[in-house]
Design a protein around this ligand. Structure first.
Ligand SMILES: [Zn+2]
Ligand SMILES: [Zn+2]
Length: 312
């Protein structure tokens, strides 16, 4: 951590800051991890010293992206935002040119509309069948508003591979146990895409406790389709995880995904018309004579039985 200490000294001396070195180290690591400072800040080969202005600008940029007061200071709200559960994908690098807070595209998309996925590694403490159903629900959120289709496979090559992993798992994105980073994903590419969930999280369904697997999956699938983080707080593509009991996509999410894949056309919508009963025509009826015995008295009754037909 010698490199980070160098930077801290510069900041403390240059900015005359009262920020604790430990907090600053954490903040520097966070800003580097999520794209506000060069990744070399976390690298052992880091040799340059960042100016206090560079670091202050990075803090300001993070505060703006997170919807905080843009002070450039490492205040309590900023530290709290940096410790909130979130997605592991970088925030920066895919900003839209507009000044309004809205969706952002990473820059790649799938040319094929019929996509496949498989769950290569299931969670260790969550039902396998429920994992299948929550992931299916998550993909359907996106296929409901686009012409995309998603089919689960159990083997062979697929468009999107899903795994539940812990700690260091070979792609450089280290999971950090419960809280912090919950999941991460890659964008569309010739090599396909993947979504990784932190297996150490307490994954839950329809609950305020733990981490809602369905909603985190909707977010990560958004990345695997080409959406970057949105600055709009109500978007499912915001970097933070917040459980919504009555989940639905924000208009920003729908605009973002339809700008990539267009909207689902009427004829592509699975449409099952209501079955309306038709009045029975005479040809569908026939009369029958029925005998019944009520209180030892035999009755002969005529009934008219009709077969109702339905529009198909
Ligand atoms: Zn994300
Ligand atoms: Zn990973």
């Amino acid at each position: 951590m010698m490199e980070v200490r160098n930077v801290i000294c510069v900041l403390l001396l240059g900015a005359n800051s009262l920020v604790l070195a430990e907090d600053l180290t954490k903040a520097m690591t966070y800003l580097s991890q999520f794209g506000y400072l060069p990744s070399s800040v976390r690298s052992p080969s880091f040799g340059e010293i960042l100016s206090p202005e560079t670091i202050t600008d990075a803090v300001k940029e993070f505060q703006s992206f997170a919807g905080l007061d843009v002070t450039g200071k490492l205040d309590n709200k900023t530290k709290h935002a940096m410790s909130s559960p979130r997605c592991g994908v970088k925030d920066k690098g895919f900003r839209t040119k507009t000044r309004s807070k809205r969706y952002a595209h990473q820059g790649t998309k799938w040319s094929n509309k019929d996509l496949t996925y498989k769950i290569s590694k299931y969670p260790s403490r969550f039902s396998r069948s429920q994992t299948d159903s929550e992931l299916k629900k998550a993909f359907s959120v996106w296929s409901d508003v686009t012409p995309l289709t998603f089919t689960q496979r159990s083997s062979g090559p697929v468009t999107i591979e899903i795994r539940f992993e812990s700690g260091e798992h070979g792609d450089g994105g280290v999971f950090d146990g419960p809280g912090g980073t919950l999941a991460h994903a890659t964008y569309p590419s010739n090599q396909g895409s993947y979504v990784h969930f932190d297996d150490s999280e307490d994954w839950t369904v329809d609950s305020y406790s733990g981490r809602n697997l369905f909603q985190v999956a909707v977010h990560e699938c958004g990345h695997s389709l080409g959406l970057a983080h949105s600055e709009k707080e109500s978007s499912v593509m915001t970097q933070y995880h917040r459980y919504q009991p009555y989940f639905e996509l924000d208009e920003d999410d729908i605009a973002g995904i339809q700008a990539l894949y267009e909207r689902r056309r009427r004829e592509e919508t699975p449409y099952n018309p209501p079955q309306i009963p038709q009045s029975p025509g005479d040809g569908n009826c026939k009369e029958e004579t029925v005998e019944k015995v009520i209180n030892n008295v035999r009755f002969t009754m005529k009934t008219r039985n009709c077969f109702w037909s339905y529009f198909s």
